[in-house]
Design a protein around this ligand. Structure first.
Ligand code: NAI
Ligand code: ISE
Length: 336
């Protein structure tokens, strides 16, 4: 059976995911598209999914009999309404990060899915599917003793004018918030943010760089540098220091070259290239689980924990140096 997928939000990643489903992955097709910008939906239909029907609202797309499963790739603030509608329709839904822009809205999704009684939601935390993070996790769990500290960095070459200081958390750090919890099999208890000297390349609406300090239940201390105007490339770093050694996230594959008295290798500049294979693997996983009427991978609970942790970090941004506690309610049985 071919899974019929409806895509809500046909911008950068919606278009890219549509391409993967129609050109790269197996077991699914895109039968429906919707975007508040109808022109964008038509452009994706023309280029990648000529058979797909265009719906004027995401809700109508979800209700369509020609849609078995839903991809939510619209702007973050609109995710929760569509995920809730998909759960109400009993249809598996892949939601790009963030699951919701407030912890309260994310918890509403957790409650709705728990009441439904079966997993339907997968959150787009693709780093859990990344081969280099999987290799790092294996080493962290078997070779370096108990983890004590993590030093991480998330650097983008530049960001658009509309990128703001809180987006460094909700849009960017959220990947580390999720992947480091998964890597350490731990949860956060507090967050703190400090601001180094601001780069002259950042526009007035964003404090850049930032350093986020997280502490986990097991006492691991984490520092994450977020530097979204670093100019030189898209660079994701992660080093775990354990009792008996340390482990680094592998660098993306690149030919090392010797030329003109220099040793050189290329640094990527675009997140799409850095995680291209992880996006393929995560969506193939979604297709397989959704074809069985369920979901796998990062859960709505993971999306909720990311939201509550993000909120604490944004609060910490407002009072630099202040330690903001993070506490979680009991985990519903569906996510044990
Ligand atoms: P974008 O701005 O390129 O595309 C978003 C699209 O959603 C636009 O075409 C817009 O018209 C449409 N849209 C907005 N509100 C809508 C609504 N209520 N109903 C239907 N369509 C609506 O943004 P981009 O970069 O594609 O990001 C989309 C989402 O994907 C964001 O939540 C972002 O955080 C996430 N994302 C995840 C990445 C990852 O690495 N996992 C990478 C990039 C984005
Ligand atoms: C973007 O929205 C993403 O999700 C990318 O994966 C991330 O690295 C980038 O910083 C975000 O802006």
């Amino acid at each position: 059976m071919t899974l019929k997928i409806g895509v809500i939000g046909t911008g950068a990643i919606g278009r890219d995911h549509t391409r993967r489903i129609t050109r790269t992955l197996t077991g699914a097709t895109v039968t429906a598209l919707s975007d508040v910008n109808a022109e964008s939906a038509r452009a994706v239909q023309g280029a990648l999914a000529p058979e797909a029907e265009i719906f004027t609202t995401g809700e109508a797309l979800i209700a369509s009999e020609n849609v078995d499963a839903v991809l939510v790739t619209s702007w973050g603030a609109t995710h929760a309404q569509y995920v809730l509608a998909a759960i109400a329709a009993g249809k598996p839904v892949f939601c790009e990060k963030p699951l919701a822009t407030t912890a309260e809205a994310a918890f509403g999704i957790v409650e709705a899915e728990a009441a439904f009684g079966r997993r339907l939601v997968q959150v787009g935390f693709m780093r859990r599917y990344d081969a280099s993070y999987k290799m790092l996790k294996k080493i962290v769990e078997s070779e370096i003793g108990q983890p004590l500290m993590v030093h991480a960095a998330h650097r983008n070459p530049s960001v658009p004018e509309q990128y703001t200081t809180p987006m460094a958390i909700h849009d960017t750090l959220i990947h580390e918030i999720d992947v480091l919890r998964w890597l350490l099999d731990d949860d956060y208890v507090s967050a703190q943010v400090v601001f180094p000297r601001k780069t002259r390349h950042a526009h007035s609406g964003v404090a850049d760089p930032q350093i986020v300090l997280l502490e986990t239940k097991k006492g691991v201390r984490i520092d994450v540098e977020i530097f979204v105007n670093c100019q030189y490339g898209y660079d994701i770093q992660c080093q775990v220091v354990g009792e008996e050694g340390l482990a680094n996230l592998p660098e993306p594959m690149s030919v090392s070259m010797r030329k003109e008295a220099k040793r050189q290798s290329t640094i990527l500049t675009d997140w799409r290239e850095r995680f291209v294979e992880s996006y393929d693997v995560e969506l193939q996983d979604f297709i397989e689980a959704a074809s069985r009427g369920t979901a796998s991978g990062p859960t709505a609970w993971d999306g909720y924990v990311a939201a509550i942790s993000s909120d604490a970090c944004v609060q910490a941004q407002k009072a630099p140096g202040m330690i903001v506690p993070i506490s979680l309610p009991a985990r519903p049985a569906l996510y044990q």
